[in-house]
Design a protein around this ligand. Structure first.
Ligand code: DC
Length: 229
C-alpha cells in the first residue's frame, strides 16, 4: 500500500508521542518527535548561554546544532541526539519544559526546524507529532489528528512520566507549565498551535492508549486505501 504522512498535533501532554510511537511501530513507519527537536535547541541555548534576544547569536548557534534520532533497541524507543550526544533524558527535565515554548517561538529557530522536519518526511511513511505539523510542516498530510484532553488528566500523566525518571514535581506546578505552554504555543505569531480544518479530533481524557492507537490506525488504513486509488 502507498505510504502516507500522519500528522499528530495537539496540546502538551495529551498522549501525542505515545500514540504516534505506537502507530508508527505498527505500520513500520518512522516516528519523528518534533517537540524533541525544539527541546534539544533549548538545551543547546541553555548550555551555551545563547542570548535569545539577539538574533545574530541565535542564527550562529542554530548553525552549530545537529539533531538526530536513533532507535534504542533495549528501550524500544527512538532517542534524541544533540551534536552526537544522547540528550533524551535531559531534554525532558522541567527546566527545559519551562523554557521551550519561548525558544520555539523564535522565527529563526522555527524556520530551521521546519525545514529539517520537511526533509525527514519527504519519503512519506512517517508519523510526526507536534503543534504545527498538519497546519504548517505537512499541510498536505494524508491524515491529520488533533489531540486534546482535560488538564487534570494531562497533569497526572505528565507527573507519572516524570516520576519514572525520578523527578517528583507537584501537580500544580505541572498544570501551570502546561497552561503556560498551551497559551504561548497558541498565541505565538509564527505557526501557532491551531486545529487544522481537515483534522480528526481525538479527545484522550477517557480512553486508553490502545484505544487511541486503534482509532488512528483505523483512519490510517482508510486513507491508505483511498490514496492507493
Ligand atoms: O511536544 P513537546 O511538549 O515535547 O514540545 C515541546 C515544545 O516545543 C512545545 O511546548 C512547543 C514546541 N513545539 C512547537 O512549537 N512546534 C512543534 N511542532 C512541536 C513542539
Amino acid at each position: 500500500m502507498r505510504k502516507i504522512v500522519i500528522a499528530i498535533d495537539g496540546f502538551s501532554a495529551c498522549g501525542k508521542s505515545s500514540t504516534a510511537k505506537e502507530v508508527a511501530s505498527q505500520l513500520g513507519y518512522s516516528y519523528i518527535d518534533s517537540g524533541a527537536m525544539y527541546r534539544a535547541v533549548t538545551l543547546y541555548f541553555h548550555q551555551n548561554y545563547v542570548n535569545i534576544d539577539n538574533s545574530k547569536e541565535i542564527v550562529k548557534a542554530i548553525e552549530e546544532i545537529k539533531i538526530s534520532f536513533q532507535f534504542n533497541e533495549r528501550r524500544a524507543s527512538s532517542e534524541t541526539y544533540l551534536n552526537g550526544l544522547n540528550v533524551e533524558e535531559e531534554i525532558r527535565k522541567m527546566y527545559i519544559s519551562n523554557k521551550v515554548s519561548e525558544v520555539s517561538a523564535i522565527p529563526e529557530v522555527r524556520r530551521n526546524m521546519v525545514s529539517q522536519q520537511r526533509k525527514l518526511g519527504k519519503k512519506k511513511g512517517v508519523v510526526m507529532d507536534g503543534r504545527d505539523i498538519g497546519s504548517n510542516v505537512f499541510p498536505d498530510a494524508e491524515l491529520k489528528i488533533f489531540m486534546k484532553a482535560d488538564l487534570a488528566v494531562r497533569a497526572e500523566r505528565r507527573q507519572k512520566e516524570l516520576l519514572e525518571k525520578d523527578q517528583l514535581i507537584p501537580i500544580p506546578e505541572i498544570e501551570e507549565n502546561l497552561l503556560a505552554r498551551d497559551k504561548m504555543d497558541s498565541e505565538r505569531k509564527e505557526n501557532p498551535l491551531i486545529v487544522p480544518e481537515d483534522a480528526y479530533i481525538l479527545d484522550s481524557s477517557e480512553i486508553t492508549l490502545p484505544e487511541q492507537v486503534e482509532y488512528v490506525l483505523q483512519l490510517a488504513t482508510e486513507k491508505m486505501i483511498k490514496y492507493d486509488g
